[in-house]
Design a protein around this ligand. Sequence first.
Ligand code: GLN
Length: 461
Amino acid sequence: DYLTRIAENAHLNAFTEVYADEARQRADELDGRRAENPVRIGRLHGMVIGLKDVLSHAGHGLQAGSHILSGFTAQFTATAVERLLAEDAIIIGRQNCDEFAMGSSNESSAFGVVRNAADPERVPGGSSGGSAVAVQAGLCLASIGSDTGGSVRQPAAFCGVVGLKPTYGRISRWGLVAYASSFDCIGPIANTPADVALLLEVMAGADEFDSTVSTRPVAAYSQATLPSLASGGRPVRVAYLIDGVESEGVSPDIRRATQGAIDRLLAAGHVVEPVSLSLLKYLLPTYYILTTAEASSNLSRFDGVRYGHRAQPASGAQTDLVEMYKQSRTEGFGPEVRKRILLGTFALSASYYDAYYTKAQQVRRLVRDETERVFANYDFLLTPTTPGSAFRLGEKSDHTAETDPLQMYLADIFTVQANVTGYPAISIPNGTDSNGLPIGIQLMAPPFAEESLIAMAERMF
Ligand code: GLN
């Protein structure tokens, strides 16, 4: 059924590779196992899942949407993926994404743009665009993406599905292609909060291969509930970011939809109050200084020697090692990735390090402190997931004088806070705009409060 739908929706370009035979075989094997012993089956028995092209899956291609990894085959399987397989999931294929997960529109992939199923002339969001569209169009039951600044939540919002970025360190990053290591999180995309909860429950937890992963016990996220007011539960305290309902930078439809969610919470008896973040305007600059710095370092391993694409010297030319590095990287990386490596290298250079990198680290701490102060008084922080809904292909990406590259970066204004601070956040659908395009709403919670975050999302869903 899923394979048929994938074929029928090839124009969306959500998958870069489909493991048709392997998936069928696996389904047969799982059927056999269940027939033998219906009681001892995995928690994800037969769940058809797609993987963003940044997750290692032994023996399968892995390219992070880039030419530089052409022909590369993963040598081992990511811990998160191992855990899905151990619970009887079926991996159906590898999903298209922005090159090295850099982007908010899935237009920077070496495999071409991904289209939004709600309107194929519009972007699905990014960088996990293929993963979100695959769930939106019913090409798999769930997807596993990665979120460094919003890449799970923003495309989930654009596609009308649910996306969760867990607390930094909740899910092992072993086997995830690194973009910005102090921000990167693996996160599930699915149709319901219950499905992302189950996937989190399976993937989360200690792993000896990732020293940043938390050893805290993993809760039964899929069973999480909030006691209702009627049954004596206390009212939930929700802060909402005032900009989400008042800022000119947020589309009127999204402001209205966000206000609608606030009104429903109030009507249900919860405490819902406005807050402002004095550091809001520094979030994106902080994020882009630090992530480009980390990316320039992480991506230095792609040198034409150790992985993937190597430039061929012109015939008769002498082979110079440094020239070969340069040529391989120039040919292998696309414009967005090259731009970020340059920015990051600049921010880390000896004479600018303190002015940019050190300063951004200091601001990161202040953002975390300010966020912590909000959560001293509230259980959740509510914002729209994005300031606008899915934009047209090319609208923010053609690098001409008329397009301001910062417009694209603004798509993540509400999502990056969770990555700058490491806090968990979830995006759930919140109606549609006047063009019928999906709108998302985001809830953020304190570190490791995924249980109540998911329960609250379930309540609002
Ligand atoms: N759009 C943001 C960026 O380009 C976020 C990407 C992500 O979360 N991987 O960096």
